[in-house]
Design a protein around this ligand. Sequence first.
Ligand code: AMP
Length: 216
Amino acid sequence: MKNIIFIAPPAAGKGTQSSYLVKKYGYVHVSTGDMLREAIASGSELGNRVKNIIDQGLLVSDDIMIDLIKDKLTSIKGKPFILDGFPRTLNQAKALNEMFLNLNIDNYVAIYLEITKKLAMERSLGRVTCEKCGTGFNKYSVEKMPKKEGICDKCGGNLISRTDDNEESFNKRFDTFIKNNESIIEFYKDLNRLEIISANCTSIPTFEGIVKVIND
Ligand code: AMP
């Protein structure tokens, strides 16, 4: 089973696909967005430094992100992992390559989840998460709609939106992704590690495509 680097615009379904992969194969899910949100919620120094940047839909600096991932990869060494949200710049991709060489990680694939901006925006603006148990739902998706509006199906907790899931922030995040994406895609293509899978569909066909690629 290969380690996975997800390269995908916001709301392409990285989180959903990661949860399927964790459940079925026991991957460690490394989401840089979650790590930063946890830092903000805990009121740590890192959290205070990145809060405004995230709320505006901008990117946190490469130095901060590279240190964060370096620590994480060192601590989970040996277990299969999914990188969700890293790398987001060519600099980060190059630094990750260095880390892989140093940690002897060679069994990996970069999966590009391709999605149209229109569909990604719809998913982003409909996305809600249970504040109690963290389960994700989507107000605009037949597949992931909560049974009762605003209430978690699993534990009855309140469903809340991320502060950066608004139209302005979404536009900025999507456009930044497209701007940085080309060079990252080229980078992994040159390394012969790139697989492109469509996310312009429900989550199951996308998952099947991923399963095929990680077991190849
Ligand atoms: P995500 O949950 O992956 O959409 O990330 C939420 C926000 O966290 C992004 O919009 C960025 O502000 C920040 N972030 C997460 N990962 C990175 C990264 N690799 N580089 C820079 N900023 C990041």
